[in-house]
Design a protein. Sequence first.
Length: 758
Amino acid sequence: MSSDPSTSPNLCSEKSEASGSSENSECSNEDSTCRICELTAHGVHFGVASCRACAAFFRRTIVMSRTKKYKCRGGHNACAVNTSDRYQCRLCRYNKCVVMGMTAENVQWNRDPFPEARKRKDKDSEDEEDRVPAKRHAFPPPHLLITKPKRIVDVTILSGKIQKILNDKKIGDHPKLKKMNNLERLEHALKEWRMKQKPEEQMEMISKLTIQEMFSMCEDQMLVIATWLSHCPYFQKLESPEKYRMFKVVWNVWRRFERVEMSVQMFGRKTPGHVMKFAISDKYYVTPKLSIDISKITDWPLSATFMGGLFRDSVRKMFEQTGVQLAYLEPTSMEMAYMLSQLSWQLAGQSLQGKVMEIAEIQQEELANNLHNHYLQIKRRSNYAGRLVKLMSVVNIVKRLQMERKITIELANNDLHSKYHCKSCRYKRCVTLGMTPENVQRYRDSFTTPRSQEKRKKRISVENLDQPYELKGKPKQVIDVSSTKKDICEILKYKSTSPESEKMNKLELSEYALREWRNKQKPENEMKHLVILPIIKLFEIFKKQMFVVARWLSYSPDFQKLQEDQKYQFFKLVWNIWRKFERYQISLEMFEDEAITHEKFALNDQHLVTIALQLKFSEISDETDEKLTKCFRDVWRSMFLRIAKPLQDLKPTSTEMAFMLSEMSWQIAVQRSGFIGKSMQGSVLELSEKVRDELADNLHSYYKTNGNSLNYAGRLIKLTKIVNSLINFHAELKNRMEIVRIFKVFTVDLSEPDLYDI
C-alpha cells in the first residue's frame, strides 16, 4: 500500500520509502488537495497527489483484480467523484485515478498481513451488494445485464425506407386523391392496407414468436403507417426531420389501435372479453397463450414467459378498455380513419410542440368539418353529437394507455444496478409488474417506531378543529369525518327539484343546478384574498364544496336510479375533479388573463388565492410547509395549464360547461367502476351509455336552437378534448395520492379513505 492509512500525516517521505511506499516521491504540502476526491492530500502516491483513502483504494483495486468487476452506479461512467457522496461509484473513482495519472508500477504485492482465505472473505463481503440470492431468479443478477457490451441493431436501411416514403410527395399527388378531402384521403389509405387482410378462416394462429419475427412484422407495418401519413396534405407541410420524429411518436400506438379494431371487427363482439383473438398482422393472429422468445436481446431468465406476459397485459388492457366500446360503436372506415388521425396528431402535438402543434390544430379543425360533411351528406345524420363524443372518448382511452405504456418503458430503462433506488420509481415498477396490496399483512413488523420520531410527530388538538373533525384513537391519529359523510349521503338520497326545473331535459337540469351554485359567486372586489391558509381551513372550504357537488348530482334523475352506497362511491370518485374544473373555468371567466399570469384562482364563492399562497400542513404532516405547498401547487398548476388556453379560446357557455361536467363525471364513474365493486360495473356502464346519449341529444338541440349552425363538430371535439384531459389528469392525481399514502407523507388518516384528495 502507498502508505498505511493509520500512519500519522506528519511522517515524511523517508518513512514511506522505507516501507516500500508508493512512488518514491516527496511529501506534498498538507494543504494540497487530493486530485481524486478533493480532500486534503497526504503525499504523492502512485504518481498523483492524493489522500491515503484514495491511494489505498487504488492499490486494493489493482491487487485484488477488481477492475473488471466494478460497475458504474449511474450507468453512464460519468459519476461525480468528490466528498458530497458517502458511497462513491467505485468504477468512476478508479477511472479518475487512472485519468489523473496513477500507475500500478509501484504497487507492492503480497504484503497484506492476513491470509488468502480471509482476503477472499473480505473481498466477498465488500462485493456482496453486487450479488442477488440464487433463489430469487425472477430478475437476473445486475452483472448479467451489464457485463456484456450491448449489441447495436442496425436499422439504417429501414429508417431510410421510412423516410423515403414520408418525403415522397407523389403519394399525395396521385390522381385518385385529387377530388378527395383530407379525411377521405386518410380513409382511402386505410382501406388500401386493410384490403390485404385475410379473412378469419385463412388466418394462421401463432403460439410462439421469436423477436426477429416480431420485428419483421413491425417493420412491414411501419411502412404501411408511413404511407398512410403521407396521404395527409398537412403532414407534407412539415420539414423532413419533423416528419420522421412524428412518425416515431405515433407508429406503434397507431398499429396497436388499428389491430385491436380489426380484431373486434373480424372475430366479433366476444373478442374483447372472452376469446381475445388479436390480429397481429394481416396473416396471423395470436391468443393470450402467446410466448415471445427475446433471448437474442436479453440475458433475463424466463424472458419468453415474462415478455409474453407483458404483451398479453398490453393487449388485454387495450381490449378491455376500448374493445367493448368499439364493438358497441362498430365504427365505419371513415370514423376509424378519423380516430387514427385524431390520435396521431394529438400525440404528436403534445410530444413535439412548436410547428407540429400549430399544424395539428389546423388539421383537426379541417377533419372535424370533413366528418360533419360525411355525417350530413353521406349518412344523412345531423344529430351526431353522441356518436362523436363516444369516438373521442375511445381516442382518449388509447392516449391514456399509451402514456401508461411510455411510463412502463421508462421504468424498464431505469438503472436497476444502483444500490439506492428511487422509491417512487421502484414502487411504480412493482405496480407495473403486477404487485397488488390485497394480501399485505399490516402491523407485523418486529421493529417499533423510534422514540425520537414519536417526539417529532405533531398531535392535532381537538380544540383547534371544528366539530365534524374529531380524533378517533389518538395513537392512530385518525380524523373522524363520519358526520360529513352522513350529510353528503342525506343530500344524495333525494332528488332535488323546483317548479322551474320540472319540464327541463337532462342537460337543462344540469345547467340549472350549476347556475344555482354560481349565482352565489361574489364579484372580485368583494372576495377575500387568502395568503396563508391552514390545511384544516382548506378542508372546511372543501367540505362546503362537497355539498355543492352532491346537490348538483342530486338533480340528475339517472343518478337517483343508483343504490345509496353506489351514489356515495360515485360522489367520491368525481367531486374533487368536478370542483377543480368548475373553479378553473369560473376563474378564467372572472379574472381573464390574470388567472394565468398571476395564477389568480377563485377557491370558492368568497375567497381567492394567487401564486403567493402558503399552505400550512403542520397539523397533518411533519414535512415542511414550503415543500408540500410547492408539491400541490405544481399539481394544480399542471392541470390548469393543460386546459387554460382551450377554455379561454372556447369561452364555453353555461350549458356547454354543464355538458362537460356531466360527461366527465359519468366517464370517470365508468372507467373507475372497478374501484367501486363488480356489482356496480354493469349497472353504471349501462346507465352511463343511456345518460351520455341523452345529454348529447340535448346538446344537439341546444346548438340547433341557440348555436345558429349545425356544424358543431369542431367545437364539440374541443369540448371533449378538455374533458379527456381532465379525466387523464384525474387518473394521474389518484396515482400521486396513492404514492403519498404509501410513503406516509401525512401523519393522520381519515375515517373515510379517499374523501379528501387535495
